[in-house]
Design a protein. Structure first.
Length: 237
């Protein structure tokens, strides 16, 4: 019997008809299935149905199609279609989440936020920064340095509980003079008795604007600290 098959994409034939190299083909399909668009999936489904119908119409009555092969082909199609639909759903959810995050971030304009960092701004003789302790500490010390790297003041903060705590600097130096307004950096050490405690330095800055889009997501623009990702915000003051 002469078999006539309509013109079908060779790539589709290779995908829907596993051969001895099916394991490698399956591996390739799995790695690329996540990038299949909904339009491609719909086209693939239509082509598959056309191919399957043509195969069944022109099959050899003495050597009919193997049911297990048909089942395997349909399973592959279902997998590709399902992944495509899931990707479309996730893309929509991410888009909605980013839009919601942008609206929330816009409300922070003009407010001060606490983010990871080791910079402190001295303005009108007052500066504020913070520390996040992994556990309670009996002694916390902050060493403040200027832009030249010289030590300006060493503050013995005292005992602090675990979690986030604010630290205020009055701008006084170790020599008893008043430090000029500007940007300074600080380092922290904390102990509980004789055991060290992990201390994460925190900076405080005021949000001037918000940027959205790109791979960075929602970004807070803080003049004294620079661009900061919205997810880095620990506290809102």
């Amino acid at each position: 019997m002469t078999t006539t098959i309509n013109s079908v994409s060779p790539a589709l034939l290779a995908t829907m008809n596993p051969t001895s190299s099916s394991s490698s083909t399956s591996s390739t399909s799995s790695s690329t299935a996540g990038t299949v668009s909904s339009e491609t999936a719909a086209s693939l489904q239509n082509n598959f149905l056309t191919l399957l119908t043509t195969q069944m119409q022109n099959q050899d009555p003495l050597n009919p199609m193997d049911n297990s092969q048909v089942t395997s082909q349909m399973a592959q199609l279902s997998t590709v279609t399902g992944i495509s639909q899931m990707n479309a759903t996730l893309t929509s959810l991410i888009s909605n989440m980013q839009a919601s995050q942008s609206m929330q971030a816009a409300n922070l304009i003009g407010k001060s936020v606490v983010v990871p960092g080791n910079e402190v701004t001295l303005s009108s003789g007052a500066g504020q920064f913070g520390v996040q302790l992994s556990s309670a500490a009996t002694k916390v010390q902050a060493v403040i340095t200027n832009s030249a790297g010289a030590v300006v003041d060493t503050m013995n903060v005292g005992a602090l509980p675990s979690g986030v705590s604010a630290i205020n600097w009055n701008g006084m130096t170790s020599a008893g003079t008043t430090a000029p307004d500007g940007q300074y950096t600080f380092t922290l050490t904390a102990v509980n008795g004789s055991s060290p405690v992990t201390a994460t330095a925190l900076s405080v800055g005021q949000v001037s604007s918000v940027s959205t889009g790109g791979t960075a997501g929602t970004t807070l623009n803080i003049p004294t600290l620079g661009p900061t990702n919205y997810s880095n915000v620990i506290q809102i003051l």
